[in-house]
Each structure stands twice: as C-alpha cells, then as structure tokens.
Design a protein around this ligand. Sequence first.
Ligand SMILES: [Cu+2]
Length: 383
Amino acid sequence: MPVEPARAENREDGRRTVLRTLLGGGALAGLAVSAQLGAPTTAQAQPAPPTPAPRPLDPFAVEDFQPSGTVREYWLQAESFEHNAVPNGYDGMTGMRFTAAQTTFWAIGLRAYSADWAAPLAPDLGPQGIGPNTGIPGPVLRAQVGDTIRVHFRNNDDHYRWPHSLHPHGVGYDRDNDGGWLADEPDRPGTAVPFGASYTYTWCCRPSSAGTWPYHDHSVPQSIPVPGAASSRPRPDVMEIGAELGMFGIIAVTDQHTPPVDREFVLFCHDASPGDVPSLAQNLNMFNGGAFVDNTPTFTAKAGERVRWRIAALGNETHVFHLHGHRWRSNQGFQGWVDSQIIAPSTTLTVEYTEDNPGDWIYHCHVTHHMMGGMVGRYRVTP
Ligand SMILES: [Cu+2]
C-alpha cells in the first residue's frame, strides 16, 4: 500500500549530515583537529586558502528516498491498569511521603506483542531493544531509513473503553495513517479506534526521518468523571487524555550516520495534573511513568562505553534535561558543549557521549517545580 506523497523535503537530512560531519566526533572532525595540531607554525608558513563554505541546501529540493523493502512489523495493544507513579511512597530528594491513594491513577499504556497479539514480548533493554514493555512508555519502535514501520494496533482499554489512536512524529504517512482525530471529520480511518477494535498504521522512514521521535494517542478528547460528581462531564474534555494517561512511546530511526552505542536509554518526560486526573494529590512530573528517585528509571553504564539517551516530552510543560557529572555536544542551535538542554512537548533530545566518569549520579529536570513534582532519577556508572 503506498503511504507516501511523492514530494518531501531534503533540508533536514542534509543539515544533519553536515552537523554530524562537523561535530559528531567522526573521522573527518578528528582529521581536521590532527591536521591543525601538526601544521607548521613558522612565520614563513602561508595560511591555507579558506575552505569554501558548503553551498546552501535547497529547501525545495525533493528528498532522495530509496525504499529498502524491509517492513518492521509491530503488534501493539492499548491496555488500562491501575498505576502508582510512586510505588515506594517517598520523595528521596525532599523527604516527602505519599500514600498510594495520592499517587495512583487508572493509566493507559501500550505494550508490544508477538504476531496477532498472541503473547506480550519479553523486555529488552539493549541498545536495539523495545525497552521494558511495561506499558509506560510504550515499546521503542525501531527502523532504518528506507524501511516501512507497520503497527497493528488493538484497543483493549477495558477500563475507560474510550476510542484511541496512534499518531507518529518524524516518519512519512498519508492522512489515513496519521491517527489525528478532528471533530469535523470524526469517521476518518484510524483516528478513533473503538474499544475492542484494531487498525493497522503504515509509516515510511525517509532520510529526514532519522533521529528520535515521539508517537502517542491523538484520539477523541475525553474527561475523567469525578467519583460522586453530579455530572459525568464535570469539566471540558481534555485533548490527548490518552497520552496524558500513558499512551506514548519513542520511534528511533537510524541511518548510515548514526553511531553505534553500547547503551541506549529511553526517557519520556510527561505530566499529569489533578485537574485532569482527580485521584492525584498534586501535579506529577514523571519520567517513564514514575516520580522521584527509585520510582523513575535507574540507568547504568560502565566507563568506556558509548552511551545514547533518546529523550522525548509530551504534556503541558517545557523541561530542562540535566545530567550530573557529564557534558555532551549539543545538536541544537548552540553548537557547543552542554550539560543541560531544553525539551518541550513533542520535541526530543538525542544525547551521545563516551562514559568517562564513574559514580552515583542523578539526572533531573532543572525546572524546580518539576524536580519537586518527581522528575529525578539515578544514573550509576561503574569503573
Ligand atoms: Cu521539567
């Protein structure tokens, strides 16, 4: 089934390639540094003629897309479950304690299954894996440029029984594979998959798709009834409430410029508020469905390993990802070393470095209220 319009943009991939060459620590960058260090420095040496600047990339150029013929097939299921974001009941940073009732809500997650949703897939935390497959975040969907991602999606939200959808970022798709619901075209295929039904989405990995992207529920807005409230609709419906309750994950697309790594960490920044989720005692600012150290993921690495974080955000807040004891090359506007980077809803960060600093570290959002709302985790590096 053709899923791609014939035209697309060339700009992103071209810019990525240039940045990788200049900044990615690749062979060319290394050679340039060596040549400078080894160059003669006598007064007689003539300066080398300046390297001509690369020609500006044509933003209107048609993307050169070569299909690989590989189809990456995933069987995903939306599932509702009672979820405690703070299972140890404790904020290890401030010392505050919580009861389970204050931090538990009915969540909706996404899990990966074998073909025809026969059995849930085993966790795989390796650099090519789907992740823990516990539902929040959903499985990592992986592909290479040229591949097709085919997601067979089944809605088994047996608690809320709401319609749901999957909407991807970064990949190519036509409108029937977009998943974004609109009130003025409510019957658009794949935008409101009813409870008990399934739908297959086909997405195409173009050269401009290389990188880290989110996917999430983009279906009909809903509100969560307050127990005992007179009206079943006590407040305006919340758009993307399925995503607020946990229906999201990361798409990781690689190309020939993607460096191989020993560790890959997937981190999703998201929030839930008592205004939308009445069982919560306060705003929860979460990493991968958990809040506060030892409830959020504890990541581990060894000195010498090549490490990549794939970080995405959804929700109402803009965050600042900060990792103690480490610096890395920014791939955003400022092209230098950083130890903190801004990430806003639906944007992503791909952080890469060689681990060289053993210790018990923390990573956290550097927005104070978000740190206090739970966005803190541990990162343990062994020698
Ligand atoms: Cu934050």
